[in-house]
Design a protein around this ligand. Structure first.
Ligand code: NAD
Length: 444
């Protein structure tokens, strides 16, 4: 079949967060009629006024353009939005429950509310990351609620915050799980404009599609914990992980991507998805030894800067002033969910230190949690006066080429804990800093 024959479809996206908003906007960009639904009236009101509730590069202009062209609308009214949708995308949050399983209460709530309103030909598409078996569970619930078979497809999302538009418009691959070939064909048409460079559109069972998302995130988390464990070993051996990294990456079987040591992974996906996959294994009577190790290494790595600070200050952090650059769990996002910087902040506050923090985008989200317990710099230098140490927790580009002389001058003592290895050790020593990286021996 010709990839472009399908044309324009009516799409309703439920859940207008990082994934739902980006996906909906990209579908509108290719000419479809998109309605984004959210339970959060404040978010919907902002979006309807053209304000973007999150920071994601390039998203604002795209939302504005498609809203003006009438292809993108926002509402809290799920029932009406379902009425003539060809595709009903579920992109609500699926956070960790206290026991580590995925909390699907948002998803099930939407299934219950949407079922009476969907048309006979509507296809439900699960975009949220959900445990294996959720598709089958949703299909049988829709059947109970509507009295007929409803097509439910699984279409996991692989976008990265900070590069979400590009990832959505030019995905490495699209994965669709479905039980009927026609459903796969409809979604292939929808995605055709994004796959013009012959990137694969992979059709499989819903179970395989659901599992693909967890395996992808577990593999990426494994790479991070692996290199972090190797980095910590390097430090004790007077080896430098950065040289070792270069030394291994040229082997095509290993490669260079996603093998940067740091302060551990955070964000809204890796931690919760590794936990959820562990829970799935445990429920099946399997001890997921790799995943357990990945998580334990990461929990430790999130404390690595605290450990180094305590060692440097001989366990006496009371009354010390610590500057923190970078609060978001990674650059180019304002997302602070499970960010390593928050672990550091909690541990420093518990030790009686004072904190002066900076982040180009995430400071407001941090302020909403910590309020006046921290002081917030308008720019990186503002966080430095009187600081006994500086910890770099997120590798924002603007931290890389700072004026090191000015940094040293503003601080009480020029000590830097570089949690992302953004600085050259030699340059830091030349500028008079005591420098600690990750996996680098402290002296040159
Ligand atoms: P998010 O928290 O940013 O957004 C979820 C949205 O769903 C919120 O705006 C919330 O108000 C809304 N919502 C919750 N219950 C609702 C209901 N009953 N009706 C309508 N709206 C409701 O979450 P996110 O980061 O966009 O993630 C969504 C899903 O996509 C999760 O399953 C996540 O694992 C997955 N995912 C996220 C990313 C990412 O980088 N953020 C990447 C791939 C996959």
């Amino acid at each position: 079949s010709h990839p472009h024959k399908g044309g324009h479809v009516k799409i309703t996206i439920v859940g207008t967060g990082y994934v739902g908003l980006v996906t909906g906007t990209c579908f509108a960009e290719t000419g479809n009629d998109v309605i984004c639904v959210d339970i959060d009236a404040n978010k919907v009101a902002m979006l309807s006024r053209g304000e973007i509730p999150i920071y994601e590069p390039g998203l604002g202009e795209m939302v504005e353009r498609n809203t003006q062209l009438g292809r993108l609308r926002f509402t809290t009214d799920l029932a009406t939005a379902c009425n003539d949708a060809d595709l009903l995308y579920l992109a609500v949050g699926t956070p960790s429950a206290d026991d580590g399983t995925a909390d699907l209460s948002n998803l099930w709530a939407v299934v219950e509310q949407a079922a009476p309103h969907i048309g006979p030909k509507a296809i439900v598409v699960i975009k949220s990351t959900v445990p294996v078996g959720t598709n089958a569970g949703a299909a049988s619930r829709f059947k109970e609620l509507t009295g007929r078979e409803v097509d439910v497809a699984s279409n996991p999302e692989f976008l990265k915050e900070g590069a979400a538009i590009d990832d959505c418009m030019k995905p490495d691959r699209v994965v669709v799980g479905c039980r009927r070939a026609e459903v796969g064909e409809k979604l292939r048409e929808l995605y055709a404009p994004f796959l013009r460079t012959e990137k694969p559109f992979l059709v499989m069972s819903p179970e395989s599609a659901e599992m693909t998302k967890y395996v992808a995130n577990a593999m990426l988390a494994t790479k991070i914990s692996f290199i972090n464990e190797m980095a910590n070993l390097c430090e004790l051996m007077a080896a430098d992980i950065d040289d070792v990294r270069r030394g291994i990456g040229h082997d095509a079987r290993i490669g260079f991507s996603f093998l940067f040591p740091g302060v551990g992974y955070g964000g809204s996906c890796f931690p919760k998805d590794v936990r959820a996959l562990r829970s799935m294994a445990t429920a099946l009577g399997v001890d997921p030894r790799m995943l357990t190790a990945v998580e334990e290494v990461n929990d430790n790595q999130k404390c690595i800067v605290t450990q180094k600070l305590k060692k440097h200050f001989k366990d006496d952090l009371a009354g010390k002033t610590i500057a923190v650059w970078g609060l978001a769990f990674k650059p180019r996002t304002d997302d602070i969910r499970e960010a390593p910087a928050l672990t550091l902040i909690d541990q420093m506050l518990a030790a009686g230190a004072r904190l002066q923090v900076h982040d180009p985008e995430a400071a407001a989200n941090v302020k909403a949690i910590y309020g006046d317990k921290l002081s917030y710099g308008e720019n990186p230098y503002d966080a430095l006066p009187g600081a006994d140490a500086l910890a770099v927790m997120t590798e924002w580009k603007e931290y890389v080429h700072v004026d090191l002389a000015r940094v040293a001058h503003l601080m009480n003592t020029p000590v830097v804990f570089d949690g992302r290895n953004v600085y050259s050790r030699a340059r830091m020593h030349e500028a008079g800093f005591t420098y600690y990286g990750i996996g680098r021996s402290p002296v040159l």
